[in-house]
Design a protein around this ligand. Structure first.
Ligand code: SAM
Length: 406
């Protein structure tokens, strides 16, 4: 059961804080849900034990992303699931406030990740949400992090605020961030018209407030990006973390890909217009798998150009060239063999090479990688990466060496 506004009020009290600390101790000691909750109920009362137990559990879950902040944050399972990564919220806040230092509106604040990032970047923030629990969480979190004086939480409908936006301001603010709810009943909502606020509010905000940024689904159709708006895809550690639309006042290019590598370094690719696909050519000695942000942003052609590489198929984002690449935008694999795809043939090839364990990667193929990896398992000591894809339209398997360091 999710926390109510009353629960959040109690959790913020000294008794609530003590109960959450006790729940965290029990969880660290390995107490299971039934036993731990029973002990907590006896100590803090039946009505308070559940919310305290749940908050302790959510803070532990939030710790890898939120660091020490997690120990004082107020969360529900739903708002934690909706929350973006704080380091990306900070990056966004800095860019949003470059020319317009604030005040800034957070139009649907959830647990307050963006409002907090904006406040930490120096803005005063108007944080609105139509959900009373979200408002209570944002207020509690701003206070817990010493930012209460900078964050004003308000009950308002973002659709109405954007509809009333004028003179480049929304809710009186010259800068705004919007992160529509893109899930309904626990499922991803692929249709932007059914996000909350819906797509019409997204485009209206981008049109009316020059210093605005909207978080969108990474799978957003490129054709939807309004003219003059910059679309940016951000990956962290190889996976897509977020996609953003920057309003014309902040846009500097049409497409941007941003990669945050495992060491936290940021790399960027950008193009003033859609560069179109990279040229296609035969498979050469090395296969390169581009980073997800380069693929989603449609900027693989820039990577190909930098590496002197070509696509293996016009519809597939694998590149090939004569040399390995020391480049954050790709992972390179030496190609040992190229075969028409077939499990029997592949198995025979792997046996002949003394390969017993494979990692399967696929693109443009219906194979299920884990199932195929099991089918290809053998006694040999060697390891390989098997890439199942299309090459010039034909289903193909590439037997590759594992990348260095794998
Ligand atoms: C994806 S969450 C925001 C998460 C937040 N940016 C974070 O990182 O923690 C979307 C929020 O928008 C709120 N919301 C949805 N439609 C709204 C509307 N029309 N007006 C105000 N808030 C709305 C939801 O209640 C939810 O809290």
């Amino acid at each position: 059961m999710s926390a109510t506004v009353e629960d959040i009020g109690w959790l913020r009290s000294a008794d609530g804080a003590a109960a959450v600390a006790r729940a965290a101790d029990l969880q660290r000691e390995g107490a299971d849900l039934v036993g731990g909750l029973a002990r907590l109920r006896a100590e803090v009362g039946a009505g308070h034990a559940g919310p305290a137990w749940e908050l302790a559990r959510l803070r532990a879950r939030a710790r890898p992303a939120f660091g020490a902040d997690a120990d004082v944050l107020f969360l529900t399972a739903e708002t934690l699931e909706q929350a973006g990564r704080p380091e990306l919220a900070a990056r966004r806040a800095t860019r949003l406030l470059t020319d317009v230092p604030g005040p800034a509106a957070d139009l649907g604040c959830g647990a307050g990740t963006d409002a907090i990032a904006l406040a930490r970047a120096g803005a005063t923030v108007l944080a609105v949400d139509r959900d009373p629990v979200a408002r209570a969480l944002t207020a509690a979190n701003a206070a817990a992090l010493g930012l209460a004086a900078r964050v004003r939480v308000s009950d308002a409908d973002a659709v109405d605020l954007v509809a009333a936006a004028s003179d480049g301001r929304v809710g009186g603010c010259p800068a705004a961030t919007l992160d529509p709810a893109r899930r309904a009943e626990g499922r991803r909502q692929p249709d932007p018209d059914r996000w909350s606020p819906p797509w019409s509010t997204v485009t209206a905000l981008l049109d009316r407030v020059p210093a605005a940024v909207v978080k969108v689904a990474p799978g957003l159709d490129h054709d939807r990006v309004p003219a003059g708006v910059e679309a940016e895809w951000v990956s962290v550690g190889g996976s897509i973390a977020e996609a953003l639309l920057w309003a014309p006042g902040l846009a500097t290019v049409a497409r941007r890909a941003t990669l945050v590598d495992r060491g936290g370094h940021v790399h960027e690719l950008a193009a003033p217009t859609d560069p179109g696909p990279a040229p296609t050519g035969p498979v050469r000695g090395w296969l390169h798998e581009p980073d997800a942000a380069a693929i989603r942003s449609g900027l693989v052609a820039l990577v190909a150009d930098a590496l002197g590489a070509t696509l293996v198929d016009p519809t597939i984002a694998y590149l090939t060239s004569d040399a390995p690449a020391d480049d954050p935008w790709v992972t390179s694999y030496r190609v040992a063999e190229v075969l028409p795809f077939g499990v029997k043939r592949l198995r025979a090839e792997l046996r002949a090479r003394g390969i017993g364990r494979v990692t399967v990667k696929k693109r443009g193929s219906p194979v299920e990688p884990e199932t195929l990896a099991r089918q290809l398992r053998g006694d040999g000591d060697g390891r390989a990466v098997v890439v199942v894809t299309r090459v010039a339209g034909a289903p193909t398997a590439l037997v590759c060496d594992p990348p260095h360091g794998a």
